[in-house]
Write a protein that binds this ligand. Structure first.
Ligand SMILES: [Zn+2]
Length: 390
């Protein structure tokens, strides 16, 4: 207020502010020592062409402390494929920047298709053996993203994918759950919940009771009531918010199907989701940018989409309590993806009780990447044309 005299604490604050403004070096040092914002990006990918330097710069610019990277191997053996062919690239990234990278064992592979999932053959067994040998190293904090139920999409920036419908309780998936239980790592799964996909999901969640299962993209397309019932029935079920802003198509639609979005279109959480997010704050692993394709990484240089998406997430969660926001922003991810000593124990034959639920590094987690859909009840979801937001 103009003309008011400064007294007591006011004088102290005034003096501190005066000192800070006269000392820009101090301000620079504090903000440069670490990203001011401790966000953890729990749903991102490592396709072809991504360099560690570029990634770290993106993270620094956006205020992201750690990024969970899930390698993409699609056509990694072809000159212009989307994926990489190096199984250990993500580990190399991690070794270079252990405080910034959360390495996952990539599961976006051609072999994880309907045929192999329903009838695992020798090739599938080879993949299981490879996965076990990789988990035995102790570097990997989880496996994913398993693409099991995914509607087709095609967008102007080059992202595209075909419809995939693999029941969640397929025999090969069960074998991966066994592996996840043995090495006590979470699994991230893309599984879009609708009336057709839900029954096999429940069977898988029952089979994997000892495993914490994370569904990507807020479960795909469920309405809040369906989602709440699943969270109540399956304490091993968790979820991430990968791509769930209006900027990411999983936040809005999947193929021709509308979803139950969590974003109201103006950067805020839709009110019907707020009670659920507050009640189940411990089950939301975190936010995620979901850059799965090389084209997205490349176009980001011009668009700044990564930073924008983080900013939108910040706005999206701003109506929640401080405690809930912190859990979603970084605390849950810090606990879930902490260094996993139990993987080493499994490799050396050490025994222990596999715990159910989210108890930090000791927990076994199956992470399913799921996407939220529109406000209509799940079983009345209609197939209708998608109008993408501008
Ligand atoms: Zn996904």
């Amino acid at each position: 207020m103009m003309g008011q005299r400064l007294t007591g604490p006011c004088i102290t604050i005034f003096l501190i502010l005066a000192m800070l403004s006269a000392c820009p070096t101090f301000i620079r040092l504090t903000s440069a020592s670490a990203p001011a914002d401790p966000a953890i990006d729990v749903h991102n990918h490592l396709p072809r062409g991504v360099t560690l330097e570029a990634l770290i710069k993106l993270m620094n610019d956006a205020g992201v402390r750690k990024t969970l990277l899930m390698p993409v191997f699609y056509d990694g053996d072809k000159p212009n494929g989307q994926g990489i062919s190096d199984e250990n690239l993500v580990v190399e990234f991690y070794k270079e920047q252990p405080d910034r990278i959360i390495p996952f064992l990539g599961m976006q592979r051609r072999i994880i298709d309907r045929k192999h999932c329903l009838q695992p053959d020798a090739e599938a067994e080879n993949l299981l053996q490879l996965a076990e040998s990789q988990l035995r190293t102790g570097y990997f904090r989880g496996m994913g993203e398993f693409i099991l139920w995914h509607y087709s999409y095609s967008y102007s920036d080059g992202e595209q994918g075909e419809t995939v419908k693999i029941p969640a309780d397929a025999p090969l998936m069960k074998k991966f759950l066994d592996l996840a239980a043995k090495y006590r790592v979470p699994v991230i799964i893309h599984y879009e919940i609708d009336e057709e996909s839900l029954p096999s999901l429940k069977k898988m969640l029952t089979y994997g009771r000892k495993v914490t299962i994370i569904l990507a993209h807020n479960g795909g397309r469920p309405d809040p009531i369906t989602w709440k019932a699943l969270l109540d029935d399956y304490p091993n079920l968790f979820y991430d918010l990968g791509g769930m802003t209006r900027l990411g198509h999983y936040g809005y639609a999947s193929g021709e199907y509308m979803k139950n979005p969590i974003d109201d279109g103006k950067g805020h959480l839709r009110p019907e989701w707020k009670p659920l997010y507050e009640q189940y704050a411990d089950r939301i692993v975190g936010i995620g940018t979901d850059f799965a394709h090389p084209e997205v990484w490349a176009s980001n240089q011009k668009s700044g989409r990564y930073s924008t998406m983080i900013a939108v997430f910040r706005s999206l969660l701003s109506d929640l309590s401080t405690e809930t926001v912190e859990k979603i922003w970084f605390r849950n991810a810090e606990k879930m993806f902490a260094a996993n000593t139990s993987a080493t124990n499994a490799a050396t034959g050490a025994t222990g009780t596999v715990k159910t639920g989210f108890t930090g590094a000791e927990a076994v987690h199956v992470v399913m990447v799921t996407a939220l859909a529109p406000i209509v009840p799940l079983f009345t979801l209609e197939k209708r044309k998608v109008e993408l937001p501008s």
